[in-house]
Design a protein around this ligand. Sequence first.
Ligand code: AMP
Ligand code: GLY
Length: 422
Amino acid sequence: MKVLVVGGGGREHAIVKALRESNEIDELICAPGNGGISVDCRCVPEVGASDIDAIVSLAKAEKVDYVVVGPDDPLALGCVDRLTESGIPAFGPDKSAARMESSKIFSKGLMEKHSIPTAKFRTFTDYENALRYIETQQPPLVVKADGLALGKGAIICETLDDAREAVKEMMLDGKFGKSGAFVLIEECIYGPEITVLCFCDGKSIVPMVSSQDHKRALDGDKGLNTGGMGAVAPCPLYTPEIAARVEAEVLKPVMDAMIAEGLCFKGILYVQLMLTKDGPKVIEFNARFGDPEAQVVIPLLKTDLFTIMRACTDGTLGKLRIEWKNECAATVVLASGGYPEHYEKGKYISGLSIAMLSGATIYHAGTKRDKYTFLTNGGRVLDITARGATLEQALQKAYSAVRLISFDGMQYRTDIGKKYRA
Ligand code: AMP
Ligand code: GLY
């Protein structure tokens, strides 16, 4: 079979590397891909991940048998619908099901209606009403824009003044574009955050091993929110007792709720949980693999990823036994200086070959290939990943490899998984 992977980040590199192992795939291509992905398969850099017309044309011209859509934007834009209409099966939810991520108002409404535990919230389309509501609340409050806002659409407001300002920025100043025309105001909940990625086939939902992202830019969870600076899997806080509770209180109910609302969710449902003192609550759903969570979860899969993806598309997931390695994984993100704000590109990266010899797996996130060398080409540049019998071993191996790599301005967190280390 010939397979096209859509996307060009570290997540897509992890998907490409896993699909290369599949006996069912003869040829793999990736659009747009990146420097590192271009070593593993042919890339089509001129086709952007959100250019649905170009993706459909490419899939037809290349006569691919199956497409895997990595990022959220093309899913929200209906990439899977368009490919399916053209007779090409694709992995990921259709546009309607992708609203689980692309509209917070939709997904929070579904949770409220079907009693899935989540922070209490109200939605607003009118600025004055939002202001009046804020007057009646106790801070802190969380103000969120409805749509996809590159992970920056949630503002934690310590005072009511901050909440008024956040609502003004979203609803009047258009800071988040169209996403901000509708806002949610939520109660602030507290506790550690955990990611549970789930395979879904429209009927069944099968959780993967748990993981934990590190979202802030700096050590000690300080600094700005980022796309994610590192991750571990499984997350030691996700005990079998909590997992059983999440299955009963969140996973099964959300699949039933989606079916009841007429959604046929096929692909990855990303469940972001907060373990509060009142039990696990959903912070949000996403409709795709997490990045960098995919980089620690996919390497722990024993079962062929492509077999699972096809079972999701075909609606036969319930018949498949998915197996995991009895190991742990860690990834450390190497970012450009200044990320997540302004940063420069085009810096020469040294030490990659020797770092690979040390036994780590290097997923490229934002790199460009220049013959035999790699240059930085984004905010998050590389994901240095390792497996081990314990999380401690995985972290040691990942950080040993990190120390062999350098580029001008390189920044990374030195405390990924630290709270779980021996
Ligand atoms: P989101 O855009 O929904 O992914 O939120 C981004 C981050 O904001 C989450 O990872 C949480 O750390 C935080 N957050 C979102 N909603 C809440 C809430 N209701 N209470 C506390 N923190 C929240
Ligand atoms: N790591 C956070 C996300 O993928 O949304």
